[in-house]
Ligand binder design. Structure first.
Ligand code: BG6
Length: 479
């Protein structure tokens, strides 16, 4: 199984993801000489295009989405590209596609970034054309189904042609540098791990806030909603990384074994532990934006915001709530994890009038990559009227700590791992299924309650009920 692919076949090569992420990431890897000299990239999609037209298409995407200082080797990169038109719903075109791919010297990596309805016919086509041998690996982009049942169907279809150790399921959050840094923070430092449990942590918050709205993804988003679009995958992966036991090594089996245990320990959410919302017209950074129903052009009951109080039912996390929230059209783009520690057991300063604030660790994932630990310190002075203490942050801004290293697109890391065959940052089937099981139960709960999302003004932090969800427990969302 260990081979470095010398052919990369991109399905959905003219799509949005290819333009924004895949082609720019591959070009950036090439510029940094991380792609072997013989690596060839074959794009395929329904559109009629020659090799040259595809190269021009790719050039336009790179000029739009790749920062100028990373476009150095663009001509070299474009030379690696070829293109084959394909209607994936019929078998006919797959022989021509196989001809275009040729015979890899070492192996082929396939990236499927198409509508899930095309997954099955594509797999059949690949089998028909012999593009499923032992030196072929398959990478799948979300959405992988809309519930456990449909996800199993997709996984079964893929499994009929590829064993699990050749299936690479993307969750692009795992490719983000700061998400991986969470593992370094937890497992490369002695400081945190002894405190990383219910005895010392009061609660955890995970926020993924976006300012964007529908972004033209009308049909997809209205069928998905925030729970399936963001919680089922990205947020649960973040939760799993925060909550998992230390794996014995940083390899695919050890890391994923630990994550799946967390996902399977998630307690079924009960009635008053979720809040859903849908944005209405408002303003973001002073700019007026329309409501979801206006963007969609019809009323809808799809949630664009969700907040959940989750629990991991195991020894380490007994009684520690994990508050999750994500939404579109919130006041600013921010992904962060807040670990709220408990108060010291006894304050020796209480009699001197000093107030204590418990320590808090804030892990900023985007847009700022920083880690901030709040510590109590004494306010300078002679203390004749009592001791004053204040919480002060110990800040590490990643870009400052690592100057000279540029920020990579999450897909750069994932594409390189796909080509080289490292599954550590890809999601295993049992993880996806545990994620769906938990999310399906939440949806079933909503359906049983005929719950409709509460409205919130664009540019606010979601419906007030989301604030109440945390405040009931005396918790204030970190903002
Ligand atoms: C995608 C969702 O998976 O993640 C989008 O489908 C969302 O709705 C996006 O906007 C957020 O990704 P990032 O990397 O911008 O946080």
């Amino acid at each position: 199984m260990s081979f470095t692919a010398d052919r990369l076949l991109l399905f959905g090569a003219t799509g949005d993801l290819a333009q924004r992420m895949l082609l720019p990431s591959l070009c950036a890897l090439d510029a940094d000489e991380l792609l072997g000299a013989d690596v060839k990239i074959i794009g395929t999609a329904r559109s009629e295009m020659s090799d040259n037209e595809f190269r021009n298409f790719a050039r336009a995407a790179l000029e739009k989405f790749l920062p100028a200082d990373r476009r150095g080797g663009m001509a070299h990169f474009l030379n690696r590209l070829t293109y084959q038109t394909l209607d994936a719903t019929t078998l006919e075109g797959f022989d021509d596609l196989a001809g275009k791919v040729g015979t890899p010297a070492r192996g082929l990596a396939i990236f499927l970034s198409t509508a899930p309805s095309l997954f099955e016919p594509t797999i059949k086509g690949l089998q028909h054309a012999g593009l499923d041998g032992p030196n072929v690996r398959m990478c799948l982009e979300k959405p992988l189904g809309t519930n456990l049942g449909s996800s199993c169907e997709i996984n079964d279809a893929v499994a009929s042609a590829f064993p699990e150790d050749r299936i690479f399921r993307i969750d692009h959050y795992l490719g983000k540098e700061t998400v991986q840094n969470l593992l370094a923070l937890r497992f490369a430092n002695i400081l945190f791990e002894p405190l990383w449990n219910a005895a010392h942590i009061e609660h955890v918050e995970i926020t993924v806030a976006e300012t964007v709205g529908l972004e033209g993804r009308v049909a997809f988003y209205d069928d998905a909603g925030a729970l399936r679009d963001m919680v089922q995958n990205h947020m649960l992966q973040l939760l799993a990384l925060v909550a998992m036991e230390p794996p014995s090594s940083f390899d695919a089996t050890s890391v994923r074994d630990e994550k799946v245990k967390v996902l399977r320990s998630l307690r079924q959410v009960s009635e008053n532990e979720t809040v859903t919302g849908q944005y209405r017209a408002g303003a973001i950074s002073g700019k007026a934006v329309p409501g979801y129903d206006e963007e969609l052009g019809k009323p809808s009951t799809t949630e664009t915001f969700v907040a959940i109080k989750a629990h991991v039912d195991n020894w380490r996390w007994k009684g520690v709530p994990f508050y999750l929230r994500t939404g579109k059209r919130l006041p600013r783009r921010v992904t962060e994890i807040v670990v709220q520690f408990r108060c010291v057991p006894h304050s020796i300063f209480a009699e001197k009038g000093a107030k204590m604030t418990p320590n808090q660790l804030v892990i900023g994932i985007q847009p700022e990559e920083n880690i901030s630990l709040s510590l109590m310190a004494k306010v300078p002075g002679l203390d004749r009227e009592g001791i004053r203490l204040r919480s002060v942050p110990l800040d590490i801004a990643m870009p400052d700590a690592f100057t000279g290293l540029h920020r990579r697109i999450a897909y750069e890391r994932l594409l390189l791992d796909l080509i080289e065959g490292d599954q550590t940052l890809f999601v295993r089937r049992d993880e996806v299924e545990a994620q769906w099981e938990w999310v399906d139960a939440i949806r079933a709960l909503w359906e049983a309650q005929t719950l409709e999302p509460k409205t919130y003004t664009s540019g606010s932090w979601g419906p007030s009920a989301a604030i109440a969800l945390a405040e009931r427990d005396g918790v204030t969302w970190h903002e």
